[in-house]
Write a protein that binds this ligand. Structure first.
Ligand code: TXA
Ligand code: MG
Length: 343
């Protein structure tokens, strides 16, 4: 299959892609978080193709994207008061809400769960595409399963060229990390995945706290099936090093020289302030230490850049957990499969 790339400013191109989407084709599109791989959410065969194109396990459910609040009623069996408050405050934007599903939502989207994830993205190109297609759009991140999520059309093409009909190029994603996933079907709202909308922001609107789901261990049934998979992984092994700044730099430099002596090629992921202090083979600064938004926007691109090099091992600094920093560290810990050296 030939993949056609459409520029986001090409109005006719967007119309063509929207019609194709409605008719069962796959269209990758920009959102403010990461690029999504869209299919008509009401068409089971189209949604199945998403799983094939990504190599995604079929027990990992998808988020349904809408452009108009009126589309929600068809998808869910109940809209709790708390949802109304949250949608008023954060939609359109990087917050996904889990509702009890209606019979209209095909099982292939929810992986057989009785709940459905819904989000209204903020990116104007995403909103235009969804509204012109006239249907709700199922869309996971537009990467091959296990690869870092794509934050540019180029990243999408790297992973999915020849596997999808269209890619809409809308430039870089402003947030750079996937949406916050919040389960509101229980007595207390639970953050299943941290993202751009933080626990503090949710608390301010709700007037009460939210719970963060702990990472899944062993055989326990995960609240969010996506949490059990190793995610956001560059090809090389990733090890985090955490602690006082100068000790972190010294430790990474001495670990790097040990590895180099054994003939391995070493990468370092770090803040821009520290980049000149490292002696590794490949040093990639991800953003400024004091600017978690900046680090969030650059993280997946940095992880992908390592894949273009021959590094065998990547040592990474850790970053502030303030604001979106919590989501940054959640993704980094997953990339490292939890491997962290405290110094
Ligand atoms: O920012 C985003 O959310 C991006 C853009 C494209 O919108 N999408 C995205 O989709 O990150 P995906 O498929 O990569 O991640 C969806 C996450 C998975 O962890 C999945 O398990 C969880 O949401 N999820 C989906 N439906 C769910 C449900 N009914 N209950 C619990 N978790 C659910
Ligand atoms: Mg994903």
């Amino acid at each position: 299959m030939e993949t056609i790339i459409i520029n986001a400013t090409d109005e006719d191109g967007i119309k063509t892609a929207a019609m194709a989407l409605k008719n069962g084709k796959l269209v990758a599109f920009p959102t403010e978080t990461v690029y999504g791989l869209g299919a008509n959410a009401l068409m089971t065969d189209a949604v199945k193709r998403i799983f094939e194109a990504k190599g995604r396990p079929s027990d990992n459910p998808l988020i349904v994207h809408i452009s108009d609040i009126n589309q929600l009623r068809d998808l869910v069996s109940d809209i709790p008061d708390i949802a109304t408050k949250l949608m008023d405050a954060f939609w359109p934007g990087p917050l996904t809400l889990i509702f009890k599903k209606s019979a209209r939502v095909p099982d292939v989207i929810t992986a057989g769960l009785d709940t459905v994830a819904v989000r209204m993205p903020q990116n104007p190109v995403a909103l235009k595409l969804i509204s012109q297609s006239g249907v709700p759009v199922a869309a996971p991140s537009a990467n091959l399963s296990g690869r870092p999520s794509p934050t540019s059309a180029h990243h999408v093409a790297e992973d999915l060229s020849g596997r999808v009909e269209y890619i809409i190029d809308g430039g870089s994603c402003s947030v750079g990390l996937e949406s916050t996933v919040l389960d509101i079907t229980g007595s207390v709202p639970v953050i299943l995945r941290p993202g751009g909308v933080t626990a503090e922001m949710l608390k301010k609107v709700l007037g009460s706290g939210v719970v963060t789901a702990s990472e899944v261990k062993g055989e326990e049934k995960p609240r969010s099936p996506g949490m059990k998979y190793r995610h956001y992984s560059p090809r090389a092994e990733v090890i985090l090093v955490s602690g006082d700044n100068s000790r972190v730099v010294d430790t990474i430099n001495s670990l790097s020289s040990e590895q180099k002596n054994e003939g391995r090629i070493v990468g370092v992921l770090c803040s821009s302030e520290n980049a000149s202090l490292y002696k590794a083979d490949v040093v990639i600064p991800v953003g400024s230490k004091d600017n978690p938004e900046n680090i969030a926007a650059g993280l997946f691109e940095a992880l992908r850049k390592f894949d273009d090099t021959k590094v065998d091992i990547i040592y990474s600094e850790t970053f502030t957990e303030q604001g979106i920093g919590k989501a940054v560290m959640n993704r980094l810990k997953k990339a490292a499969s939890g491997k962290i050296i405290e110094v």
